[in-house]
Write a protein that binds this ligand. Structure first.
Ligand code: NAP
Length: 458
């Protein structure tokens, strides 16, 4: 894939970039190693000051950065601005909390080990590679970079090939805040050149946010090098609606949860599993609300849903929907590609999906919702868990026993009750099953890329 900014709203290539040469990659890794020596010996207070400054710069850049995101991957300007501010907030969160999150502990009763004292401490490990997706070009990177740099590590970014301007913006952000030169470097390389970076002995660990095949590939390479990985992969999140739910709120949230980021978030709700008592009402209202969304120019403040980020992404979505409809499913709204430029796809609701259809098992990365009718909690859980993914989930109910049963029965990294799945800096984020390994955000996120040292004293 070319490393280029191709505006998804027009299909026009706006800027192309030369990939870094092997020598340039080598220089970046060397800089990250040198910066690590400076960072690991810096204090939390120094790093916090640099991180706060970088967060202020990011906030101040909001209009320019938001337009860059909209131009590169098509999200609406309002959502792009929100991404920028959320990223700055998360930088401040780690600036303020990293030291407390990385406190070791005193081991109780050291005399049982013939010791006068024993304790643990967390230590930074070195340059970490982050392979990142295009769907939240700043946020996905910040949620890796903020904890990594606050822990004293350095970062190497291989960003998605369609968001090179975001990569280059992030390449300088931390240095502008005061971090030592080389603390965070963007490598402009295609996916095929990731292996050489993972195998570089100077690179100590890797993380990937993206598709399952990419995650499997990176993990197998890192595994053969005995390097730690964190994987944040796909999801096909269930959104369960039970009879006691506030249906109006559930429908409004279902629309937002399916169409945020033009339907291209790993934690968008994708499968709506609705009790038969409220199913028909839900489908009617959901269909009406999805059909009413304004699709169009993502720079227009009135637009709800912009284009998909890539033409291949739209092709994949079209194939999934066409396959389902050909096998007997119904599109109650949407389901056809509009004419004109850009990679637009309408908000779509599909009913009658069966396991013979690809849409049943595969992740729909765009504004396409599937609705299933179930007879009770047990069947809802069976449908919800009948997937290889296990990222997040939501349940709508006002019955506490049902709520407990669903929280207990869902195989997922998170359950949101009467709300939509969102990432917060305070809440650990990650998946089970094929949705990933490890956690980002919160205290757990910063502890992924540190080494725990045990100290025993005679
Ligand atoms: P993708 O193709 O896997 O791309 C993600 C990143 O991985 C890009 O930088 C890509 O580089 C790189 N890449 C692709 N194949 C690779 C390989 N074999 N080895 C190393 N790197 C490789 O993912 P996508 O389709 O663009 O993104 C959408 C997917 O990401 C969805 O499944 C979504 O659910 C998932 N996602 C998950 C989370 C989460 O937190 N769990 C968050 C966001 C998105 P190129 O661009 O150069 O190909």
């Amino acid at each position: 894939m070319a490393i280029a900014t191709i505006n998804p709203a027009t299909g026009v290539t706006e800027r192309e970039f030369e990939a870094h040469t092997e020598e340039e990659v080598d220089t970046c890794i060397g800089e990250a190693v040198a910066a690590f020596e400076a960072l690991r010996t810096s204090t939390f207070a120094e790093r916090a000051a640099w991180m706060h400054k970088a967060a202020d710069l990011l906030d101040a850049d909001v209009e320019e950065a938001a337009l860059m995101l909209t131009t590169e991957m098509g999200k609406t300007l309002a959502q792009a601005r929100a991404e920028v501010h959320k990223s700055a907030k998360t930088m401040r969160f780690y600036a303020d909390n990293a030291e407390a999150f990385l406190q070791g502990r005193t081991i109780e009763e050291p005399s049982r080990m013939n010791a006068s004292g024993a304790y643990t401490r967390y230590e930074a490990i070195g340059p970490v590679l982050a392979v990142m997706p295009w769907n939240y070009p700043i946020w996905q990177v910040i949620r890796f970079a903020a904890p990594a740099l606050m822990a004293g590590n350095t970062g190497l970014l291989k960003h998605a090939s369609n968001v090179p301007q975001a990569a280059l913006y992030l390449d300088t952000l931390f240095e502008r805040g005061g971090f030592p030169t080389g603390s965070f470097r963007a490598l402009l390389i295609p996916a095929a050149r990731v292996e050489r970076v993972v195998r570089d002995p100077r690179v100590v660990a890797a993380t990937l946010t993206g598709s399952e095949p990419a995650g499997r590939s990176l993990a197998s390479i890192a595994g053969s090098e005995v390097k730690h990985v964190v994987l944040e992969l796909g999801g096909s999140d269930p959104f369960i609606v039970l009879p006691s739910a506030d249906l109006e709120a559930a429908v409004a949230t279902a629309v937002t949860s399916r169409t945020t980021n033009n339907g291209q978030a790993c934690i968008n709700a994708k499968r709506f599993i609705v009790h038969e008592q409220v199913h028909d009402q839900f489908v009617a209202r959901f269909t009406e609300a999805m059909a009413a969304l304004r699709v169009g120019d993502p720079t227009a403040e009135t637009t709800d849903v912009g284009p998909l980020a890539t033409s291949s992404g739209r092709d994949d979505l079209v194939e999934l929907v066409d396959d389902a409809v050909a096998k007997g499913a119904t599109a109650t709204t949407g389901g056809t590609v509009p004419s004109g430029d850009g990679w637009f796809y309408p908000p779509t609701v599909i009913t009658g999906v069966t396991p013979s259809m690809r849409l049943y098992a595969e992740e729909a990365f765009g504004p396409v919702a599937t609705v299933f009718k179930v007879s009770g909690v047990e069947e809802a859980l069976a449908v919800a868990n009948d997937t290889t993914f296990g990222l997040s989930s939501a349940v709508w109910t006002n019955d506490s026993a049902e709520e407990e049963a669903v929280i207990d029965g869902l195989v997922a990294g998170a359950v949101f009750v009467n709300g939509m799945s969102i990432s917060y800096p305070e809440l650990p984020f990650g998946g089970t099953k094929d949705s990933g390994i490890g956690r980002e955000l919160s205290v757990e996120g910063i502890r992924e890329f540190v080494s725990l040292k045990s100290v025993w004293r005679a």
